[in-house]
Design a protein around this ligand. Structure first.
Ligand SMILES: [Zn+2]
Length: 93
């Protein structure tokens, strides 16, 4: 799906999914808290947390965060939020 343009029907839902995709990079949140808050926001939008609709998928835009510092080795890098998220959920360099 990378590079393909997809239609965005529900902007609040896209906002929630995108914000959580960014927040997952920050490891100050426990996974339980992350899931609980995301579930509540999705519930507010009448979207089931376990539905396909709730899952983040790549968009055609690039969202880059500049000068991200790794807390373990202090390596500084730019991260494309839509490409660099690991399956583990939290960012690791
Ligand atoms: Zn590192």
């Amino acid at each position: 799906m990378a590079g393909q343009k997809r239609k965005i029907d529900n902007l609040p839902l896209e906002l929630v999914k995108t914000v959580f995709e960014i927040l997952i990079l920050e490891n100050h949140f426990t996974k339980d808290l992350f899931i609980k808050v995301k579930k509540e926001l999705l519930n507010f939008l009448n979207v089931n947390y376990f539905s396909e609709e709730s899952k983040f998928s790549e968009m055609f835009v690039k969202l880059e965060i500049f000068d991200v510092v790794c807390k373990e080795c202090y390596l500084v890098m730019n991260i494309d939020v839509f490409l660099d998220v690991t399956g583990e959920g939290f960012y690791k360099c």
